[in-house]
Design a protein around this ligand. Structure first.
Ligand code: NAP
Length: 274
């Protein structure tokens, strides 16, 4: 019986139980995936749960908002990826030590590669990342590792600067549409919650903004399945997708760490499509 679960708050709309239940089934494993809603400052509840991982009762945990950073103080080790990003979304036990990993970065990287495929990008690879919060850190780390130069735009310029400072090939600009239009970027990634349900008529970019025809648009938001940003980009004839693929991929990578089984991605996707 493999016990897995998710720490965060709020959790009632999480798709993770469906995805991981499908993964258990696809791998022929018995187990369950529970939700552990824990408020931001409830350190005791976090400690209590981690004791259950240490004892082997719980095989592994995912971590989401608001605990991705503050959980680190209760762990024994971080993988190099989690350390560089400064955030954890997966916890497991290795040699009796609680280890924190971040599968958002490889999850994004892998889905982005599927999205862009073997379409040739012109000369330099420059990406504009909107937002500088937890997921933006994972995205910027992944992009830099994949050889992109990155410009981070956040409404609080200091937050963008703080993130950009972590990486040699990253810089920061103001969150300003007029500036965006003049950047010679090949990829725009939305790492803000703008456009997420219930605010589905919002977009981080004005619909009328004219983007170069060869720009790829990747929206981390996946609820709704077509965000306004993605819809507007399609209307302009651009290649554009939401973050559903990243969600599936980060889950599959976490599941593989816990169980050694790599579930078929289409089965996981199917589990949340009905
Ligand atoms: P976060 O840590 O709260 O960061 C959000 C960032 O967006 C911050 O820089 C925030 O600025 C900025 N922002 C928020 N509202 C804004 C607005 N109206 N205008 C301009 N900037 C705004 O959140 P996160 O964890 O990075 O998540 C961001 C989004 O990505 C969420 O919708 C989440 O569901 C999605 N996500 C998807 C996946 C996936 O697998 N596809 C994985 C992780 C996250 P302030 O700090 O100033 O508020």
């Amino acid at each position: 019986m493999i016990r897995l679960g998710l720490i965060g708050y709020p959790l009632e709309h999480s798709l993770s139980p469906k995805i991981h239940d499908a993964a258990l089934k696809a791998c022929g494993l018995g187990g369950d995936y529970s939700l552990f809603p824990i408020f931001l400052n409830n350190d005791q509840a976090l400690r209590d749960l981690l004791v259950r991982v240490r004892s082997g009762e719980i095989r592994g945990l995912n971590v989401t908002i608001p605990h991705k950073q503050n959980i680190i103080q209760f762990l024994d080790e971080l993988t190099p990826t989690a350390k560089a990003i400064g955030a954890v979304n997966t916890i497991f036990l290795r040699d009796e030590k609680l280890v924190g990993e971040n599968t958002d970065a490889p999850g994004f990287s892998s889905d982005l590669k599927k999205f862009i495929g073997d379409r040739e990008l012109e000369n330099s690879k420059l990406a504009l990342v909107l937002g500088a919060g937890g997921s933006a850190r994972a995205v910027v780390y992944a992009l830099i590792n994949d050889g992109w130069d990155v410009t981070v735009a956040a409404r609080r310029f200091e937050q963008a600067q703080e993130l950009a400072r972590l990486f040699e090939n990253a810089d920061a600009i103001e969150f300003n549409f007029r500036t965006f239009q003049h950047l010679n970027v090949q990829l725009i990634v939305n790492a803000t919650p703008i456009g997420m349900f219930p605010n589905i008529n919002q977009s981080p970019l004005p619909g009328e903004i004219k983007l170069s025809h060869d720009i790829f648009v990747y929206d981390l938001v996946y609820n709704p399945r077509e965000t306004k940003l993605v819809g507007d980009a399609h209307t302009q004839g651009l290649n554009s997708i939401t973050g559903l693929g990243m969600l599936i991929e980060q889950a599959a990578l976490a599941f593989e760490i816990w169980t050694g089984c790599s579930p078929a991605r289409d089965i996981l996707l199917e589990s949340i499509n009905h």
